[in-house]
Ligand binder design. Structure first.
Ligand code: AMP
Length: 498
């Protein structure tokens, strides 16, 4: 068991300074560089004399400088907020408003104006060489926030999930105990603003392993994806099931070309039977795990190996056995199915500067923090099964989206009278696209022009994955008894036709 993530990473650096910690398509950085540079960044941050509970935003892509900035912030006693370079300007504004960071480390230039003091990439590089290594006691206490990740919020305002050092330790110790990360080459594919990246970062860096980065530009282009992947010499795969669906389209994705690849960890969305069995056929000797968890409970809280027996027994796969230290209750009145309530030291204290949403989603039982997940499920013995959501949160290619967030922004577009985004499902019950159902004002132009204009307007307001791929236009949208747009009726309509 480790009791301090920062100390453990520094110990790894002392034990093998020249080992590669981060490999970005062949551009490598060592443990020594990670430990040394992040300690110098910590000194620079401490000179700012910020209040202890003020977070530091770190803006950029999937680079080593981001990781150095994260650890630098935490070593200085401040939580970091990872914000991806592909975020819309509106999202950047709302995150800065909600989080009130004391400082922004801009690994990429920030595209908006803000009064918050900033450090550019050039200045960050100067810090690596000109500031002293931070000395003295640990600045971060167990209950202090380690990172804050922003997720989709129903009112158009993203919610900042606060994860403490203690929350993260509970997760990392479980990962290190249940899965072997020692000196492994581990895939780092999701952006840093998605907590699935945490599943790769901290178990790997506290085990002397190497993060093998697959940047978004590579993932987005199948040709380069299929040519880069085999060169990564991966031992451990971590991704959403959506990415493995793409990889399985390539016949060369097989044990001959990936001789070391022995473990697959999936999280973030449903792992379908079809995907898991295809993968098992392709990699019969590999261990495939389904894991489940919301960002609010620190990445993942259950896991199960998907063996041939499990595949034979269940048409819809289980999400797993609950990790040590954590308890899951099923809140149900009559039958055994109900909302999953997750309790334990891995549960967040709540949303940053948002008491109302925190009180709605979290509570305490005898001093133990509990999160109302909104996920529905049931236990069969100790094995947990997921059956769906109790609200309008969906997953598209692993991205968490509150439909109401898109609806909020659709309805803000001046030439849109009413707009609602609804999911279109494939045969496996997975969301395959978002459809914008819209009532236009007279001035909007024909449907083709309107679609172009709506997409353009949304691109400034929401993350790219929240922009519906298709639009349908209506004279009016169906209303439910309370006078609101009947989203359920629209979902049924969109999935019944074509
Ligand atoms: P996020 O906070 O982005 O990690 O999303 C968490 C949500 O993703 C959960 O509350 C579930 O709705 C869904 N989810 C995560 N893992 C799984 C899984 N293995 N199977 C089904 N749904 C999942």
């Amino acid at each position: 068991m480790i009791d301090n993530i920062l100390k453990q990473i520094d110990q790894e650096a002392q034990a093998h300074p020249n080992r590669i910690a981060f490999d970005h398509l062949g551009q490598t950085n060592t443990y020594q560089e990670l430990a040394d540079w992040s300690s110098r960044v910590a000194s620079a941050i401490q000179r700012l004399d910020l209040n202890h509970d003020v977070p530091i935003m770190v803006y950029g892509g999937q680079t080593f400088d981001m990781l150095v900035a994260f650890l630098g912030a935490v070593k200085a006693g401040h939580a970091y907020i990872p914000v991806d370079v592909h975020s819309s300007e509106q999202r950047l504004q709302t995150i800065i408003e909600a989080a009130q960071p004391g400082f922004i480390i801009c690994v990429e230039p920030l595209p908006i104006e803000t009064a918050v003091p900033q450090l550019s990439l050039t200045e960050l590089h100067e810090v690596y060489h000109s500031f002293p290594i931070k000395q003295g006691e640990d600045s971060l206490h167990l209950n202090d926030n380690f990172y804050i990740i922003f997720t989709s919020g129903t009112t158009g305002k993203p919610k900042g999930v606060q994860i403490s050092h203690c929350n993260l330790l509970s997760f990392v110790n479980w990962m290190k105990y249940d899965f072997n990360f020692e000196e492994k080459n581990v895939l780092l594919q999701p952006s840093f603003s998605f907590d699935l990246s945490v599943m790769a970062i901290y178990p790997t860096l506290t085990s002397g392993g190497t993060l093998k980065v697959l940047p978004k530009e590579t993932t987005d282009n199948f040709m380069s994806l299929f040519s880069v992947l085999p060169k990564l010499a991966l031992d451990t795969w971590i991704s959403t099931p959506s990415l493995i669906d793409i990889c399985l389209m390539d016949q060369n994705f097989n044990p001959q070309n990936y001789p070391q690849l022995a473990t697959f960890l999936f999280c973030g969305e449903e792992l379908t039977h079809a995907t898991a069995s295809k993968l098992k056929q392709r990699f019969p000797a590999a261990h495939i795990y389904n894991t489940y968890g919301p960002t609010e409970t620190t990445v993942a809280v259950t896991s199960v190996e998907i063996t041939d027996d499990i595949l034979a027994k269940y048409a819809r796969l289980p999400i797993g056995y609950v990790k040590p230290e954590t308890t899951i209750f099923v809140k149900s009145h009559r039958n055994k199915k109900g909302e999953l309530l997750i309790a334990g030291p891995n549960v967040s204290k709540g949303y940053l500067h948002n008491q109302a949403k925190t009180e709605a989603a979290f509570f305490d039982i005898s001093g133990v923090r509990v999160y109302r997940s909104g996920d529905l499920g049931y236990f069969e013995g100790k094995l947990l099964f997921y059956t769906g959501r109790s609200d309008f949160q969906i997953k598209l290619n692993g991205y968490r989206i509150e439909l109401e967030e898109i609806n909020h922004y659709l309805s803000e577009i001046p030439f849109v009278k009413q707009g609602v985004a609804v999911p279109k499902y494939d045969q496996q019950g997975k969301v395959k696209q978002l459809i914008g159902t819209v009532v236009l004002k007279q001035s909007a132009g024909d449907e083709l022009t309107a679609t172009h204009r709506v997409k353009q307007a949304l691109s400034k307001l929401v993350m790219p994955y929240m922009i519906p791929q298709r639009f349908k236009y209506y004279q009016k949208l169906p209303l439910s008894a309370n006078g609101k747009v009947d989203i359920k009726a629209l979902i049924t309509a969109v999935n019944a036709h074509d």
